[in-house]
Structures are given as C-alpha cells and as structure tokens.
Design a protein around this ligand. Structure first.
Ligand SMILES: Nc1nc2c(c(=O)[nH]1)N[C@H]1C(S)=C(S)[C@@H](COP(=O)(O)OP(=O)(O)OC[C@H]3O[C@@H](n4cnc5c(=O)[nH]c(N)nc54)[C@H](O)[C@@H]3O)O[C@H]1N2
Ligand SMILES: Nc1nc2c(c(=O)[nH]1)N[C@H]1C(S)=C(S)[C@@H](COP(=O)(O)OP(=O)(O)OC[C@H]3O[C@@H](n4cnc5c(=O)[nH]c(N)nc54)[C@H](O)[C@@H]3O)O[C@H]1N2
Ligand SMILES: [Mo]
Length: 782
C-alpha cells in the first residue's frame, strides 16, 4: 500500500520545493472534518476556538493565543484535533460486545481510536474477555472499595496534559488525602528536563518570553523542535519575524519542511502564490545529541571575538555588565569552551566550524535573541545539560529580562504546564504542602512519590496494585512499553478516564474500568449552569475555556465530576472538603487553588472573568533569580563531550523517535506524513544514504531494530522499511510510539528522569523473506 519511492532521498526540502502550510494545509483541514463527519456546525465551532470571550481552548498544543486573536485562530493540526474529538463516530457497548480484548489488542492505534468517542462506563469481564457496560455508581463504589484495601503507596494516579487546572488540582488533592504522592505525569516524558534544568540556570522553569517578544527579536534560535507539525501557530510568528528581517537559525538533524519554507494560510499573498517565505535563514543539521558541542562551539567563537574586540578597544561582543551583575560561573564556562578543540567540536556536533561561525555571527549581530527548544533537546540522556547550554548562550548576551529576548521551551499538551503549576508533582515543596494542609485541614505526606519512570519500574517489580489514568495513553506512550505491559496483568485494578479507545484500555489489571469523560469542546453543565475550566499555555497565560458542543453521549461525566465522585467513594468524609459542593461550581475550585498559591493566582476568578486571560509572574523577566545564590548560573558538564551519549565513533546508530504530521502523540490520524513525503505507512526507518550503502543495505529493505543497552535485556521491533533520508550519518529516525518497545526505561535524562526518546542506541538487521512476510502480515493488522 505504500507509495514510497525508494530511490528518492526523502526529507531533502530545499528552496524550490513546496512550502509547509499553504493550500495543502487548508485541504487537509477540510478532509479531516469531512472524514470525522463533524456536523455542519463544525466550521462555526472553529470560530469559537482560542477566543477569550467564552470560546474554548484548542485541545492540541500549548502555543499561546495572540492578544487580539483573529476570527479563525487555529491551524491545520488544531483543526484535526478538534475534528477527531468532535467526530460523529461512537464506541458503544455494542462495539465492545462484538470484540474481545485479545482481538482488539491486534488492532492498530489508529483503528482503535477511529471507532470514535466512548459513550458508557465499561467494566472488564474476565469470563468473556470483553468490556461490559456498568453504571457509574457501581463502578465508582467498586473502585472506592478496592482503593480502600490497597496500600496508598502502591497506587499510581497519572495525569495527561489535556486535563484542566481545576481537574488536575482536585486530582492531586484526592491523591494526597488518600495518602501518597505517586503522580506520574506526561510531562515526565516531555519537558520535565526543562522543569528541572531551567530553574538551576535562572530560578524558574517556564518560558521567559511572551508572544510580544517574538515581534522584537533580532534572532530566533530553534533547537530540536518541529514547529510546522507540533505547534503550527508558531509558524505565523516565525513568518512575521522573518519578513521583518529577523534571523531564524535552526538546529535539527532533519530538514523539517515548514522550518525551511512556509506559506501562511492566514496571509493572502502567500496563499495567492503558494510560494511561501523562507523561514530558516540558517539550517544546521546537527547530529543527534550534538547540540552541546554545537552550542559550546558557538560560544567559543563568540568568546574569541569578544577577546579580539577588547584587545582592539572595540565594542564588546558579550554583555559583561549583565554577566557581572547577574550571573556566576561565567569564567569557568568560558575557560571550558576555550579549551575545546575544533576537531572534537566538529566530530561531536557533526557540523563544520564555518557553519557554527555563521550561527555565532548571527548571534553577535543581534541585540535581542530568543532560544526555543522542544523534544530534540529534552529527550536525551544529557537533556538537562542541553538546556543549560542553551541558557548559557542566552546569558552571555544578557538575553533574559530584555524585550524581544528570552528562553522559550515550547511545551506540548495544551495544559501540561498548568497541571504542574496547580500541584501535580511527585516531589512538591514544603511551601505548597503546608498551604494544602492549612486550606484543607489535612496532613500531606512529605515523602517523594513516583514520576513516570519510577512508576514503570515499580510495575516491573510488581509493586503496584492500582493505576488510574486521568486521560492519556500511558501504557503506549512509555519507554519499555512491552516489558511494562507484561506486568500490568499483575495489577489488581486499572482505571482509564478517557475520551477514546486506546491501547491502555487493552493492557489492563485484574479488575479494569474505562470511564468516559467529556472533552474540552463539549458543554459541561453542573447544577444547571454551564461551567468554565482554565488552562495555562506554554508562555504562562491562564485563560478560560467553555465547551460548545452537545456532549458525545448523555452518560459522560466531566473529569472534575469523576474525581469528586471517586474521592467521595474512597475517602472518609472531611468537613473542609465537600466534593459535591466543589463540583457544583468550578469557581469554588479556583478559589481553593488561589488559597493554596495566593502569590501565583491572586484574584484568579475575578481576573478570569474580567480580563479573560492573565500572565503568571515570571521573576526572571525582571532579572530576579530565584536560585540559591540569587544569581543566574552558567552550568556545564565538565567532560560532557567525552561522555556524550552520542559518541560519533560507536559502531551502532543513534535513533530519534519523532512525530509525523498526522498524529497527536499516540493518536494516529492517518498514515501520511506530508511534510516528509511519507505516505501510507509509519513503519519506516529514515537513514542517511551513505550509511545505507556502507552497511550493505538498500533503500526499501525491511529491517529489524534492536537496542544496545547494558542490562542485557533484548528489545526489538521489526518490519521497518529503510528510506534514504537527508540526515546526518550515524543517525536514524523513526516514528513514536511504534518504536517504544526499543527504549529501555533506564534510558533517560540523568537529572530529571525524562524518557530519552531522542537518544536510543540501536543496531539494524536485514530481515529474511520469511520474516518479512510474517512481519507484513502482522503489520497489516497492527
Ligand atoms: N500535531 C501535533 N501537535 C503536537 C503533538 C503531536 O503529536 N501532534 N504533540 C504535542 C506534545 S505532547 C509535544 S511534547 C510537542 C512535541 O513537539 P516537538 O518538540 O516538535 O517533538 P518531536 O516531533 O518529538 O521532535 C522534535 C524535533 O527534534 C528533532 N531532533 C531529534 N533529535 C535531536 C537532537 O539531538 N538535536 C536537535 N537539535 N534536534 C533533534 C527532530 O528531528 C524533530 O524535528 O508537540 C505537541 N503538539
Ligand atoms: N518514544 C517516544 N515516546 C514518547 C515521546 C516521544 O517523542 N518518543 N513523547 C512523549 C511525550 S512528549 C508525551 S507528552 C507522552 C504523551 O503521553 P499521553 O499524554 O499519555 O498520551 P496521548 O497520546 O496524548 O493520549 C491520548 C489519549 O488521551 C485520551 N484523551 C484525549 N483527550 C482527552 C480528554 O480531554 N480527557 C480525557 N480524560 N482523556 C482524553 C484519549 O482517550 C486518547 O486516546 O508520550 C511520550 N512518549
Ligand atoms: Mo509532550
């Protein structure tokens, strides 16, 4: 079925190729609405997206809304996410009666979710191996009773980042009252690296930029982030910045189409010509894991230029005054960069000195620099060190706390940042916990609980009794997916609070429930009044979201109602926490959030009502550094080049796992990746043509990948077709989540525990005809 042209070199987007965005983007949007049979009001629905006055927030990515949103403030992939959620298809009890769980396990991720919205609470029946409908009361009573028999520390409460602030706050309140702090969160697979490393540098773990800064930046550096697919509304801002003459410098092993050239669907001129604007003024195809060497190489050039300027009595190149007043560790960092040899820098970064000189020149020519980063930076064994080097680059020029400059981690799920702000954290600090105790008259445990990796390891040790997922698709999104899945049947209870059928429903404990939740696009009425929830975008703006659509089924409950009912079924009554009363009016929950964090959320409800959206205070924007020393720090790992996970001389390859243009994480909308010219399949292995030849392969070969690790456990995935791809040597690319079996759970950022999905050491083996036939048969169904 694949339409791949094997001889072609994929991903080689150049100046003359079709841009990202453009008419193809409009066509794709329409196609997805049609396919999901979203009723005619679908288009009207899209006028309500990302509007502060009573609209709903897009359930896709966390990119912020502009101050004055246009009438159609959405992108192609936001529209796909809405169409997917608002679909006319339904996964009913009748569907479940026709298929055993064993049978469904053979289905692909795409086919599972394609069945449409879940309509009823369901309970697993071991005798028939099917899910049966169950009423809410029975389900919640049983869950509550079971929870009361478990050791709370053997229970895991997961959160995925679509959950609203209100639901997430109650979720962690429930967990803390139940008596534990096991709060694995999707951010532990995502920007946890940033959340841990950024405060070490500047005292805060969030973006120091606002959208307005993008209007004033002279240079925007983009490290390891595929904006055209994963935060397409960012493209409009890059497009504007480029037009006004800002330099855009991208570091990415893959030439991602929209970052090369983009036609803005919101700009008539681009649409008339469909030519688009060149986006990246420089595109550096860094080796996987080579960013540390690349940045330190740039810093070396900048420092040397500064030395020369000083000798000649010219204007300094770096911001000495800022460094002196606000930072420490500069001299040690500078010495380190000076001591690096070009041979090493080039070998580890995979980039020639001239390229890094160009990037350094752009930095030196800019008064205001923004650095953005995504999963290509965070999902590495040295992810924290990556983040620190980006910050060093900013600090050297005083680019924090200056208009048009700053640090911009581009976050993933639409409310992943807010969930963490309101208290989803397995290691919360004393300040927050003592407030929780005071406001709710409880006694929160100070023990540290589990994040995602620790939760997986506990499951592998058979030390978990129950897993409850507030959204997401945990058992598919994690590393070491297959190994963990093998232990899940040992759990006594699994509960998934979901909108659509996914693999995590099929990897279940002895007793298992699927609880169907209202989605963000849907009207949420409590006590006869339509409720608003709130979310925080990736640049710290908190705003309301009011669902517009008729719920997919009358049996759905809001996430908030589900938490409240579960808490009531589980916990002994507490006069200070009236769950039913909180559920009646979500403003009451916001009042409690404010009470526990008065400095972060002053006047929460009033501001949400009157201002529609408000920005959370980020001290680093005022050059206030909440670090121990009160200063910003230049941090670097002493011998990282020697120890870098991406050793250029290793016999094996480094694999990056990434997203295609038609997916949202584990949700696969289709098998096409238009921006990479890959159609009809996701079982591909992107590989440099020289490597293909040197290893005796040919494009089109079907191969097996096995990971290289120290624990001696065999991890393999098979049936991947090699495609020649424009990417650095020794590097490979493949899609997530299809490759998640390959990643050992120990393969994670050393500081934050974030899954290192971008540095997976692997070997490749050619499959023989029989194996290929078997694998193709399997892939045809899976
Ligand atoms: N449509 C859509 N939108 C999404 C999502 C989605 O799946 N679909 N997911 C959401 C979520 S949860 C998240 S976290 C974000 C993810 O958004 P991104 O951060 O863009 O995530 P990825 O696609 O995993 O990969 C990022 C990029 O890193 C590059 N890369 C890989 N390794 C390296 C490296 O060593 N160095 C450098 N410099 N680059 C590298 C890859 O080539 C790729 O272009 O998007 C969010 N938005
Ligand atoms: N190898 C590799 N692994 C990775 C990554 C990678 O780049 N490479 N990326 C990681 C990242 S960045 C992330 S964030 C995680 C993602 O991990 P998750 O957040 O756990 O996964 P999603 O695929 O976003 O979850 C999709 C499911 O969420 C449910 N859902 C959707 N909307 C709602 C809602 O409004 N309410 C409720 N209750 N449920 C809803 C649906 O049932 C759907 O099937 O994966 C991580 N895993
Ligand atoms: Mo993410």
């Amino acid at each position: 079925m694949s339409t791949l042209k094997d001889s072609d070199l994929h991903g080689k987007q150049g100046e003359h190729d079709a841009p990202g965005g453009g008419w193809q983007s409009v066509a794709a949007t329409e196609k997805h609405f049609l396919r999901e049979r979203v009723p005619w009001h679908g288009n009207r629905l899209m006028l309500k997206i990302n509007q502060p006055d009573g609209g709903f927030e897009c359930p896709s990515c966390a990119w912020p809304n502009p101050k004055d949103p246009g009438p159609a403030e959405f992108c192609e992939n936001g529209a796909k996410a809405v169409a997917w959620e608002a679909t006319a298809a339904r996964t009913t009890p009748e569907f479940f009666s026709k298929h055993t769980v064993t049978e469904l396990r053979e289905w692909s991720d795409h086919d599972l979710e394609k069945q449409g919205r879940l309509t009823h609470p369901m309970r697993y029946n071991a005798e028939t191996d099917k899910y049966d409908p169950v009423d809410w009361e029975t389900a919640l009573r049983d869950i509550g009773q079971q929870l009361n028999t478990f050791d709370p520390w053997k229970v895991e409460l997961y959160t995925s980042g679509r959950t609203s602030n209100e639901a997430a706050f109650l979720w962690q309140l429930f967990g803390r009252m139940y008596g534990m702090t096991n709060f694995p969160d999707c951010s532990n697979m995502c920007h946890e690296t940033t959340t841990v490393a950024l405060p070490q540098s500047i005292g805060v773990g969030k973006a120091t930029t606002t959208l307005e800064d993008f209007e004033h930046a002279d240079a925007i550096f983009i490290f390891g982030q595929n904006a055209g697919t994963n935060s397409p509304r960012m493209m409009g801002h890059l497009h504007e910045a480029k037009k006004r003459g800002a330099a855009i410098i991208t570091f990415n092993p893959l030439r991602e189409r929209a970052l090369v050239k983009f036609a803005n669907p919101q700009t008539p001129r681009d649409m008339a010509t469909n030519h688009g604007e060149t986006i990246s003024s420089q595109y550096h195809q860094v080796r996987i894991g080579g960013d540390i060497a690349a940045i330190q190489g740039m810093c070396k050039l900048i420092l040397e230029a500064d030395d020369r300027a000083r000798e000649n009595g010219d204007k300094p190149v770096i911001d000495h005054e800022f460094i002196e007043m606000h930072t420490d560790g500069f001299e040690a960092f500078a010495d380190h960069c000076r001591s690096l040899s070009w041979e090493r820098i080039e070998r580890y970064s995979g980039l020639p000195k001239e390229s890094l000189q160009q990037a350094a020149n752009a930095w030196m020519a800019s008064e205001r620099v923004i650095c953005c980063w995504g999963m290509g930076i965070t999902q590495h064994i040295h992810g924290g060190d990556n983040v620190h080097q980006i910050l060093n680059l900013l600090l050297m020029g005083g680019h924090i706390g200056r208009r048009g400059a700053g640090a911009c981690p581009v976050r993933g799920h639409s409310n992943v940042q807010g969930d963490r702000t309101v208290g989803i954290f397995h290691r919360s600090g004393e300040k927050f916990l003592s407030k929780m105790d005071e406001v709710f008259g409880i006694n929160c445990s100070r023990e540290h609980g589990h994040d995602v990796s620790l939760c997986c390891e506990a499951i592998l040790r058979d030390e978990v009794d129950a897993f409850i997922g507030m959204g997401g698709n945990f058992f598919r999104a994690i590393a070491d997916q297959k190994r963990v899945a093998e232990h899940v049947p040992n759990l006594k209870l699994t509960v998934q609070i979901s909108t659509k059928l996914n693999r995590s429903h099929l990897i279940h404990g002895q007793s298992a429930y699927i609880l169907p939740a209202l989605a963000r696009t849907e009207r949420d009425e409590q006590a006869g009044v339509v409720q608003k929830v709130s979310i925080e975008d990736g640049m710290c703006n908190v705003q309301g979201s009011v669902g517009q659509l008729e719920p997919a089924s009358k049996h759905l409950k809001s996430e908030i109602a589900i938490v409240c009912d579960m808490a009531r079924a589980t916990l002994a009554p507490n006069p200070k926490v009236d769950w039913a009363w909180l559920c009646e009016d979500y403003a009451r929950i916001r009042d409690r959030i404010e009470a526990t964090q008065p400095e972060t959320f002053p006047d929460y409800n009033r501001r949400l009502e009157e201002e529609g959206v408000f920005h959370l205070y980020i001290p680093a924007r005022d050059r206030i550094w909440n670090t121990e020393s009160g200063r910003a720090h230049f941090l670097f790992p002493g011998n990282v080049l020697a120890e870098d996970e991406s050793k250029p001389n290793d016999p094996h390859f480094q694999l990056l796992t990434t997203r295609g243009h038609d997916q949202f994480n584990t949700t696969v909308y289709s098998y096409d990746d238009r921006y990479r010219d890959i159609y009809g399949t996701r079982s591909v292995l992107m590989m440099n043509p020289k490597d293909i030849e040197a290893h005796g392969f040919e494009a089109g070969n079907i191969v097996e990948l096995s990971s290289v690790n120290e624990d001696g456990i065999e991890r393999k995935v098979s049936g991947f077709r090699i495609i020649a791809y424009d990417m650095p040597e020794n590097c490979l690319g493949a899609y997530y989540p299809e490759t998640n079996d390959l990643i050992p759970i120990g393969n994670r950022d050393q500081q934050s525990g974030t899954i290192a999905g971008k540095s997976v050491p692997v070997n490749i083996r050619l499959m023989n005809t029989e194996e290929v036939e078997e694998a193709t048969g399997r892939l045809a169904t899976a």
